[in-house]
Design a protein around this ligand. Structure first.
Ligand SMILES: *[C@@H]1O[C@H](CO)[C@@H](O)[C@H](O)[C@H]1NC(C)=O
Ligand SMILES: *[C@@H]1O[C@H](CO)[C@@H](O)[C@H](O)[C@H]1NC(C)=O
Ligand SMILES: *[C@@H]1O[C@H](CO)[C@@H](O)[C@H](O)[C@H]1NC(C)=O
Ligand SMILES: *[C@@H]1O[C@H](CO)[C@@H](O)[C@H](O)[C@H]1NC(C)=O
Ligand SMILES: *[C@@H]1O[C@H](CO)[C@@H](O)[C@H](O)[C@H]1NC(C)=O
Length: 639
């Protein structure tokens, strides 16, 4: 387990790293816009910042026809073929399989302001500086540097057959880096799906680690790296293909299939953790992009966007409120005309099913258990306009959303007939006060339920048309079936989220459950799917700690965000986490995975809604955690 813990420690560094020394700025996506030269972001090259004006350095390249042999790659990148074949442990005549990571030794020198390795390249018809930089060279050079260093070849009309100077991106170690034992800088070409953590793993045996990589590229722990850009990797020893650990890019096993915990699976575990952390960071970034894109689009049409007035109180009263633009008074007929497939039960049927709504059939509040045609059902008596809810439930068909099987209208009351969830409400199963000793959920059951809830929300956010927000996600609204699989219930506050995911509307009446409500909703009445993401963060904290967040807040005397900071602290976080976790788990949980779940909670609770991950990303991360949990559980249950 030692190596696992080490990797995990590095993984936490990835999230919470602080700087030691800084070196070259990471150019990132600025390389994509050839018209813009960002000197400060280094898209013209890495700055000469050391007394060493010449050094031996390395590039990486992915073999891709026609550049897939030792000789073609050496020629393209101006490398010595015998050196290239030596470090890659192949024959001088070898060809590489497609997409193989090839190490390219080169000499880097300071040419004016920038470190570079000069090679000459003959253009082909149809080339542009961007195509040469991004496609042929995969990002080892940038169009900005090509343009600035080839003043005689026009930007707009590369004819083909012209010789141009190609400055490849390389750099020499700073004094600080050599003092720390790093003798080489390798320019690594980022590929899709890479995280800094993955990349550090590849070069681990040459002394690279995530901290030093982040530092060398002036990156923060949470930074996202773009494909077709270079990242500098400080190395202590010369790299060779034999010591490289290439990322296993195969997808994780489906969550429902327990994987056998062989010793080899520890390594896969590390990759799973990496994928999870990386995925969540990626999610946050994508979420941000989508959100801002939408906000901008939305702003353009604000004059057409009325401020919607949404009052739960008013829907409580039977009223002749407009329904989605259609004025309709609330009768069963009007409902059935909208909702063809909802079964209309007679009141007699429901009376028979519940022994005339006797107290022995009462589950809780106004919900009764009944047997209709031999099937168990939950019958909920409701007042007011339930048409929206019925409409939504009728449109949804998902195992993680409670299913509405029919309705009945009698004497001003609605009766909604739902599928029966045999194990009842989640909150009854999570209670650290020990009053329910016979009611207990294992770690893996809890993660399974979290996956179920996330999957249900993802469906609601992305697969209903229009997308919907639940708006009242909490443990009391999660039901469990016979197999302890979670189902989201109580859609009384659910409403459409707008036209596209991430778009938001405003509401004047704040409804929901205190403690679970996102700050932007409380403060500004902003409604988006990210409200549910926030509540989901709270939900998973409660599921893990067995305490309501208000109780946690009171007991620990800490704001939730500070509490999460403390849990995720790389030094004492685990100890604190163990103190927080639900005592009824009796320490029987994988700490590393619990930290990851807490990290998801933290991302969900970002104050800025656009920075929260989407439910889709959360589902993926949690599925990986679930599959790791199943592996973890196998040896544990036999103890
Ligand atoms: C080198 O490290 C020292 C501290 O160890 C720091 O003050 C200095 O700025 C660093 N130099 C460079 C070039 O980053
Ligand atoms: C190198 O080439 C020789 C023949 O030229 C071949 O027999 C040998 O298997 C090759 N080795 C590798 C590692 O490709
Ligand atoms: C690389 O090319 C640049 C631009 O032409 C030149 O200034 C520099 O001296 C060259 N460097 C080497 C090592 O040849
Ligand atoms: C760079 O090239 C790759 C293919 O090699 C392509 O997938 C990618 O979209 C290109 N980048 C941009 C910004 O066009
Ligand atoms: C560009 O052209 C001018 C004259 O046309 C020539 O003097 C100069 O050397 C050329 N520069 C390069 C980098 O080829």
């Amino acid at each position: 387990m030692d190596s696992f813990q080490f990797h995990f420690f590095t993984a936490s560094l990835f999230c919470f790293f602080s700087f030691i020394v800084s070196q070259q700025p990471y150019a990132g996506s600025t390389t994509a816009d050839c018209a813009v030269t960002h000197r400060s972001t280094g898209n013209l090259g890495y700055f000469c910042n050391t007394p060493n004006r010449n050094c031996h350095s390395f590039l990486t390249f992915r073999s891709r026809s026609p550049f897939n042999s030792v000789s073609s790659i050496a020629t393209l990148l101006g490398s010595d073929p015998s050196e290239l074949s030596r470090v890659n442990s192949v024959n001088a005549s070898a060809t590489f399989p497609p997409d193989k990571l090839v190490l390219v030794p080169t000499t880097c020198s300071c040419s004016g302001q920038f470190f570079q390795s000069n090679v000459s390249f003959t253009t082909r018809t149809g080339d542009s500086y961007f195509v040469i930089a991004n496609e042929t060279l995969q990002g080892l050079s940038t169009c900005q540097s090509l343009i600035s260093q080839n003043p005689n070849v026009s930007v707009t009309s590369i004819k083909g057959g012209e010789r141009i100077l190609v400055p490849l991106r390389c750099a020499c170690p700073t004094k600080n880096q050599t003092d720390m034992g790093f003798n080489y800088l390798l320019s690594y070409l980022v590929v899709f799906g890479d995280t800094v953590f993955d990349i550090a793993q590849i070069f681990e045996s040459f002394g690279a680690d995530m901290g030093i990589i982040l530092d060398a590229n002036e990156l923060q722990g949470s930074s996202f790296v773009n494909p077709f850009t270079t990242l500098l990797i400080p190395l202590k020893t010369e790299p060779s293909s034999t010591g490289m650990k290439e990322r296993n890019s195969s997808p994780p096993p489906p969550p429902s299939l327990p994987t056998s915990p062989s010793p080899a699976s520890k390594r896969t575990w590390v990759y799973i953790l990496v994928a999870v952390v990386g995925g969540v960071v990626l999610a946050a970034v994508i979420g941000a992009v989508v959100f801002f894109a939408c906000v901008r689009k939305r702003k353009k049409k604000t004059e057409h966007t009325p401020i919607e007035i949404d009052s739960f109180e008013s829907t409580e009263k039977t009223s002749e409120k407009k329904l989605d633009g259609d004025s309709s008074s609330i009768t069963l007929d009007s409902i059935s005309s909208v909702v063809q497939s909802v079964k209309a039960y007679t009141f007699k049927e429901l009376q028979d099913a519940t022994d005339n709504f006797s107290s022995t059939h009462l589950i809780k509040g106004s919900v009764y258990h009944g047997t209709i045609n031999g099937d168990s059902a939950a019958i909920k008596k409701m007042n007011g306009d339930v048409s929206k809810q019925i409409n939504l439930l009728n449109k949804t068909n998902h195992t993680n959303l409670i299913r509405l099987s029919g309705v009945c209208f009698e004497e001003g009351h609605w009766y909604l007939v739902f599928e029966y969830a045999a194990k009842g409400v989640l909150s009854d199963w999570i209670d650290s006060n020990g009053s329910n000793n016979d009611r207990f959920l294992t770690w893996t059951q809890r993660i399974q339920i979290a996956v179920d809830v996330a999957t249900g929300l993802n469906y609601l956010h992305s697969f209903t048309n229009p997308p919907h927000v639940h708006k009242d996600l909490k443990m009391d609204n999660i039901l469990l079936d016979d197999d302890f699989r979670g189902k989201i219930s109580n859609f009384s506050l659910a409403r459409s989220a707008g036209w596209e995911e991430g778009e938001f509307t405003l509401t004047m009446h704040i409804v929901g459950t205190r403690g679970y409500m996102a700050p932007e909703y409380l403060e500004n009445g902003l409604v988006s799917t990210k409200l549910d993401v926030y509540s989901f963060g709270i939900l998973i904290i409660e599921m893990l700690t067995g305490k309501e967040v208000s109780e946690l807040h009171r007991k620990e005397n800490l704001q939730l965000t500070d509490l999460l900071e403390k849990v995720l602290d790389q030094k004492d976080g685990k100890e604190y986490l163990n103190h927080l976790m639900d005592p009824s788990l009796e320490g029987n949980f994988p700490t590393e995975l619990a930290v990851l779940v807490m990290n998801i909670a933290k991302l969900c609770m970002n104050k800025d809604p656009s920075q929260r991950p989407s439910m889709d990303d959360i589902v993926q991360s949690l599925c990986r955690i679930l599959s790791s949990s199943l592996s973890w559980e196998l040896p544990n249950t036999s103890v």
